[in-house]
Design a protein around this ligand. Structure first.
Ligand SMILES: [Zn+2]
Length: 400
């Protein structure tokens, strides 16, 4: 598999490239409408020559960014394993070591530790079982009883996006284990689902050849290919735009909306809390954007001014610590029209007012941030979360 960066400076060129979106053997990591932002795509060996021919025929320039993706994956994994070995020796079951990407088992033992150690502010529970019958764990952080509005943070919808999971863990650690951060949840509650798709996450940890697994792990009728893109499976304009009905595609929508145990569990967890949760943040990687609804249309949501106000403050807070300024907008305008994502579903089908996605930007290898990116990225996302927390009870951007 090769990683290519492709430069399209006209609509004709972009359209030629876009015909490959959703096709087998193609994994578009980043494709935007902006002519300034190049397209990043992974292409399997089998489709490589054909794709390069198309690029040449259309006069589209490209670079090979990684000649052999499997080599990078291998290096990346060795580094993580070395750290994990150290971790076992240094830190027993309890503490999470953010110097490596935690396995799902490590995440579970960490949240259980948090509950036993900080039971007065932490409650751990399962929102349901994954396809492989694994508990999708969640955490409620609360400074006490009383009916408080809440923030919901979710990561790990896509198995391979480890940096979204490690950022959720960093947030957890900061909120719970650092007493200086208690004021953040003095007047609000915070729910965290660190890894919505444990099956995909565990599978991506399994071996080099599965490292880039994105989807769930459910089986598909009449196909040997497994999994559904859980962020195309929500019941909101399901199947519209850049989404695929081919079970072998990376962006397969599933046999029906909410066909997946994980999306159903999310829905059934959120609906009863829709009058309590006021802000929802979905963590993904790796394009480097702050997104708000809608993904499927460029019609503005009714609370656009408020969304924009919060997003701008988040951008400023993140740029202050990282020096990187994320573009803000809706996926439809900034990236491409998609459908069936959790952010749009929350915005359309619940009373939760503010719904966002952060596409965390990549590291040295882009789509495969190394372990050295875990803490700086966590820190950057934590700054964002502080702003989102202020939006929960209307302390900021209290406008219509
Ligand atoms: Zn994602």
């Amino acid at each position: 598999m090769q990683s290519l960066t492709v430069y399209s400076d006209t609509d004709t060129k972009l359209n030629a490239i876009k015909t490959y979106v959703g096709q087998r053997g193609f994994d578009f990591l980043k494709i935007t409408k902006s002519r300034q932002i190049p397209i990043d795509v992974l292409v399997t060996k089998e489709r490589l020559q054909e794709f390069k021919n198309t690029l040449r025929a259309n006069n589209i320039s490209y670079n090979i960014t990684i000649d052999d993706v499997s080599e990078i994956i291998h290096k990346n994994k060795e580094q993580t394993e070395q750290q994990n070995g150290k971790r076992v020796r240094r830190a027993p079951r309890s503490r999470i070591n953010l110097e490596s990407f935690a396995t799902y088992t490590q995440i579970v033992s960490y949240v259980n530790f948090l509950q036993s150690r900080y039971g007065e502010i932490v409650e751990v529970f399962s929102i349901g079982k994954s396809y492989m019958n694994v508990d999708i764990i969640a955490l409620k952080i609360s400074s006490g009883t009383g009916d408080k509005p809440a923030l919901l943070i979710e990561g790990g919808n896509h198995g391979r996006e480890w940096i979204s999971v490690s950022s959720a863990l960093y947030i957890m650690q900061q909120l719970i284990e650092n007493p200086r951060n208690r004021e953040i949840f003095e007047n609000i509650d915070i729910f965290i689902i660190p890894c919505l798709n444990p099956d995909g996450y565990m599978y991506s940890h399994q071996s080099d050849s599965t490292r880039l697994w994105r989807k769930t792990r459910s089986t598909n009728r009449f196909s040997l290919c497994r999994g559904t893109d859980a962020n195309r499976n929500f019941d909101i304009q399901w199947g519209y735009g850049e989404a695929s009905v081919d079970p072998c595609s990376e962006i397969y929508i599933g046999r029906e909306a909410f066909s997946e145990a994980e999306t159903k569990a999310f829905r059934d967890f959120v609906l009863p809390l829709q009058d309590k949760i006021t802000t929802y943040v979905s963590l993904h990687s790796y394009a480097g954007f702050i997104l708000y609804p809608w993904s499927f249309t460029n019609i503005s949501p009714p609370n656009l001014r408020r969304l924009n106000c919060v997003a701008r403050r988040v951008r400023t807070a993140m740029a202050r610590v990282s020096g990187i300024t994320y573009p803000i907008g809706n996926s439809h305008d900034l990236l491409y029209p998609t459908s069936g994502d959790s952010m749009d579903w929350v915005a359309a089908h619940t009373r939760i007012n503010l719904s966002f996605t952060i596409e965390i930007s990549g590291g040295d290898y882009g789509f495969l941030p190394g372990i050295q990116h875990i803490i700086p990225t966590g820190n950057k996302i934590f700054e964002a979360i502080k702003v989102f927390a202020q939006s929960v009870d209307g302390r900021i951007c209290n406008i219509n």
